[in-house]
Design a protein around this ligand. Structure first.
Ligand code: 2P0
Length: 329
């Protein structure tokens, strides 16, 4: 095989029904299903080049050589691609995020989805979206969802090898034009990564079994809300899943708190604005940022109201995005 380079772009996603906890850690098999929205404005663009002249793999994130932990995760991923394609060349990987890394904006989701598509392309593998989703999941659980655009379901799966723990598209991005405002409350790197946080939660939180047991009901309800385009129901379920996940993590030992005081203030503000007739709902991931889901006709008014709150570093505004894809095909 001669050297071959491909570039792919994937979008971040935000879970409405949250993934938190694994039923089998080595394969990143989730303990619960999840449902997400793919976000147009937050992207990772990744170029992978397998080359015969390289003596080792290398990884650059936003043009800076990655640390050992980040590199190990990506090089192990490249090993899986090499096994599948039956090649032995090392690779260079260049990955660029257009949003802050490691601050609870799911950079691993768009990161591993873009890596899966670029690496498979560079290795000349012709894989289905389902197989790409399975591969992306091995890099990061939430990355399986970023292979697809619009409204996406991550399936729990039942098989031991994980081949059915993959995402599928529920509806495409044009089905229901929801929008999101992402309120950046801090740009510091988070202290407890998602993987560590969810594993500690599974081991120590007394509420973990209830979380796992009630997951299927939440999934059914959200699919119902999406099928009926019932925005109020979708929003209520989104806040419910978010608060349930954070309460579960807070009850771990030692407790995990991803919020800062501004996160809490914004939760209150979104609820107050809603009570005043501006319908919007919040969700929060493994970091302090607050994501606000709204209808397009309300986004500018909401943005103006939220901008008045002191301490917000910036506000990103996005529509729903499309699937991960090769840029150079
Ligand atoms: C989600 N999060 O559903 C949940 C909600 C964060 C909070 O998926 O260990 O980086 O790589 O599978 O995918 C973040 O977890 O964790 C995440 P790993 P991942 O979006």
């Amino acid at each position: 095989m001669n050297s071959f380079s491909r570039t792919a772009r994937a979008h971040a996603n935000i879970a409405l029904i949250k993934y938190w906890g694994k039923r089998y850690i080595p394969l990143n098999l989730p303990a619960v299903g999840s449902i997400s929205l793919t976000l147009e404005a937050l992207t990772t663009t990744t170029t992978v080049a397998f080359r015969p002249d390289l003596a080792a793999d290398s990884l650059f994130l936003n043009d800076i050589q990655a640390n050992d932990k980040q590199s190990k995760r990506v090089f192990e991923f490249l090993d899986r691609i090499r096994d599948l394609a039956n090649i032995s060349h090392f690779a260079t990987v260049h990955s660029e995020n257009n949003f802050p890394t490691g601050a609870g904006l799911a950079s691993s989701a768009s990161g591993f989805a873009a890596l899966a598509v670029a690496a498979a392309g560079a290795a000349k593998l012709d894989l289905s979206n389902s197989k790409l989703s399975e591969l992306a999941r091995l890099g990061s659980g939430s990355a399986a969802r970023s292979i697809f655009g619009g409204f996406v379901e991550m399936h729990l799966g039942a098989k031991k090898d994980g081949s059915d723990a993959v995402a599928t598209q529920i509806e495409n991005k044009d089905y229901w034009p929801l929008e999101l405002l992402i309120l950046i409350t801090s740009t510091e790197h988070k202290k407890i990564g998602s993987t560590e946080g969810m594993n500690r939660t599974a081991e120590t939180s007394p509420y973990y079994q209830q979380w796992v047991d009630t997951g299927p009901k939440d999934m059914r309800a959200m699919k119902d809300a999406i099928s009926r385009k019932d925005f109020s129901y979708l929003g209520e379920l989104t806040e419910y899943s978010c608060l349930k996940m954070h309460a579960l993590a807070m009850a771990a030992n030692p407790g995990i708190i991803y919020w800062n005081p501004l996160t809490m203030r914004l939760i209150e503000t979104v609820r107050e604005l809603r009570a005043g007739g501006l319908e919007a709902y919040f969700t929060i991931d493994a970091g302090p940022q607050v994501k606000v889901i709204c209808k397009p006709e309300n986004s500018e008014q909401l943005r103006a109201k939220l901008r008045e709150i002191p301490g917000i570093k910036s506000i990103l505004h996005t529509r729903l995005g499309g699937p991960a894809k090769l840029l150079d095909s």
